[in-house]
Ligand binder design. Structure first.
Ligand SMILES: Nc1nc2c(c(=O)[nH]1)N=C([C@H](O)[C@H](O)COP(=O)(O)OP(=O)(O)OP(=O)(O)O)CN2
Length: 290
């Protein structure tokens, strides 16, 4: 007997990639359970399936930085509840973080592939399932998006939940209408601009020398960001060319407004509507009327 749940939850996280750097990603989760019926003639009550598995996924991978533990590029130091991570990409594109331990998930592989992450999630869930469930299949898949989309990573220091983590992210649709008509080219230009981007807030940028693990030699062409939030102190150093600094917190409301106001400056006389998603199925709309 098998039981399935499609779209059980969405994982919104960021992973470290040697080529792309910080990659904000959103994975839809489908599950399939196999085993024998329990006293209620069920494999597992859907209510339990959703609650238990979503909780485990939220705790272990959602809103985290996913780190390929076996990558030779990763150097990790831990102590006192904090982890410092140096991701030594070549060509001056190194990425450095120091964050509370709970901001990371270490995946036992050389890269954070779909297979490696799926295996990690499967192990986490399998060991918590009741004895009548013998099989578990997990599918992590991307939302099918017809139009333009981007991948961004960010952190919301004022958020009282896990979005305060400085490097979590999303794969997000972007739609733009000009005078009531969808403008695919314009949306595509933002999708290209923010293809693999870290969106930093101007108020969080600090000098490299103020980073707690700064070591004499400056990082070339890097920005440094840091902030205190309820989960602890977060620090991030990353290449300028993979970063866009915004004059606001990077909530999706502000991203939609930022795109609309940036476009309004060069598109005088036109009405604009920006529909910016944050991950799957949610987002913000900002309109400029003429
Ligand atoms: N109005 C807004 N609310 C939230 C924003 C925002 O920009 N505007 N942003 C966030 C975080 O960035 C977060 O990454 C959003 O993730 P989400 O999946 O919605 O958060 P949850 O884990 O709480 O939701 P689940 O349905 O449990 O996955 C938060 N809110």
């Amino acid at each position: 007997m098998k039981l399935f749940v499609k779209d059980l939850t969405v994982i919104d996280s960021t992973y470290l990639c040697p080529d792309r750097g910080l990659v904000g990603e959103s994975w839809l989760v489908d599950i399939e359970l196999g085993g024998s019926l329990n006293d209620m003639d069920m494999l597992l009550d859907f209510g339990q399936v959703k609650k238990l598995i979503k909780r485990l996924i939220d705790e272990k991978v959602d809103h985290k930085l996913l780190v390929p533990n076996r990558s030779p590029l990763c150097k990790v130091k831990t102590g006192e509840g904090y982890t410092q991570l140096d991701f030594m990409r070549p060509h001056g594109k190194s990425i450095h973080l120091r964050c509370p331990d709970e901001a990371y998930t270490f995946i036992d592989s050389v890269e954070v592939s779909n297979e490696a992450l799926t295996a990690y999630v499967k192990n986490v869930v399998l060991e918590q399932l009741p004895a009548n469930i013998q099989d578990l299949a997990i599918t992590l898949r991307h939302e099918s998006i017809d139009g333009p989309y981007y991948h961004y990573s960010h952190g919301l220091k004022k958020h009282d939940g896990n979005c305060q983590r400085i490097a979590h992210g999303h794969r997000s649709t972007i739609e733009i209408q000009v005078d009531g008509e969808y403008d695919i080219d314009l949306a595509t230009s933002w999708a290209m601009k923010w293809r693999n981007i870290y969106l930093g807030s101007e108020s969080d940028e600090i000098s490299q020398q103020d980073i707690s693990f700064y070591q004499q030699q400056a990082w070339q062409d890097h920005y440094a960001f840091a902030y205190q939030s309820p989960q602890g102190f977060f620090e991030l150093v990353l290449p300028k060319q993979e970063t866009d600094i915004l004059p606001c917190e990077t909530t999706v409301e502000n991203l939609a407004a930022y795109i609309a106001s940036t476009l309004a400056k060069v598109m005088e006389g036109h009405s604009l509507k920006v529909i910016a998603y944050e991950g799957v199925g949610k987002g913000a709309i900002s309109e400029v009327y003429r």
